[in-house]
Write a protein that binds this ligand. Structure first.
Ligand code: F6R
Length: 241
């Protein structure tokens, strides 16, 4: 595990974008595993700036996202497909057909998950998986559980996650109760995992995830076993180290 200590959110965003940019430069047809939420916004903004200045070319890059709310389609501003388009994809030259998320509108959850596993398999592996960290230790929407869910599955969102994500909705009642998410095994198969963490509110869970027991009660703790884990975290998030 390598921990990159960053001054603040901006610094963390630039350094994480440096790592992703280096991969895209060295392997223009790489497969990026992407995340949504607040944490990656600065990383995407930084990558967009590099694209605009001519330093990065995404024309052969493929992407797979971690998760999507069940029941939300790409026209829904709260869907992760919409988020990715607005915050990243439409600003760079990635081909829309090379970008993948679980199909939130597929009502048959078994089919939605099997289809997404097939998409991930067809990529031939994720080169770099970007992750944020949930307050309860979730990665993707792998919530605390009695076991590590391996592949894509449909998950009931934990009350803490609904509470944290209600800021993107008119009220907590509107936050979907379920999501489709990549599993822990799929995340662990990525060549490199880049965990981006910012803020004092993540300090306790970051410490638990990286130095506590490896347990499905703290899903991110599985990352301790990843052979190529890079943590880009700011001083607030690292304040308990
Ligand atoms: C997003 C995702 C989630 C978030 C996590 C942290 O695709 O899968 O695991 O990374 O909830 O969210 P933020 O960054 O908003 O604190």
């Amino acid at each position: 595990m390598r921990i990159i200590k960053c001054r603040d959110y901006e610094d963390m965003s630039r350094k994480a974008a440096n790592l992703i940019g280096a991969l895209v430069t060295g392997r223009p047809d790489c497969v990026l595993g992407l995340a949504t939420g607040s944490t990656p916004l600065g990383i995407y903004a930084s990558l967009i700036r590099r694209y605009e200045s001519g330093d990065l070319d995404f024309s052969a890059v493929k992407s797979v996202n971690l998760d999507e709310y069940r029941g939300l389609g790409e026209q829904d501003p709260q869907s992760y497909r919409y988020y990715m388009r607005e915050n990243f994809f439409r600003h760079i030259n990635i081909r829309p057909e090379n970008t993948h998320l679980p199909d939130g509108l597929e009502p048959d959850s078994e089919k939605a998950c099997a289809d997404y596993d097939a998409v991930i398999a067809s990529m031939g592996g994720v080169d770099l998986q970007l992750l944020g960290l949930g307050h309860d230790g979730h990665i993707g929407f792998n919530e605390p559980n009695d076991f590590f869910d391996k592949e894509t599955h449909c998950v009931d969102l934990a009350p803490m996650t609904i509470e944290a994500n209600k800021r993107f909705f008119a009220s907590a009642d509107e936050v979907p109760r379920q999501a489709y998410t990549m599993g822990i095994a799929a995340i662990m198969r990525a060549g490199c995992v880049l965990l981006a963490v910012s803020g004092k509110d993540k300090a306790q869970i970051l410490k638990e995830a990286l130095t506590g027991p490896v347990t499905p009660r703290v899903p991110a703790s599985a990352l301790q076993f990843h052979p190529h884990l890079i943590v880009a975290a700011d001083a607030d998030a690292l304040s308990l180290f």
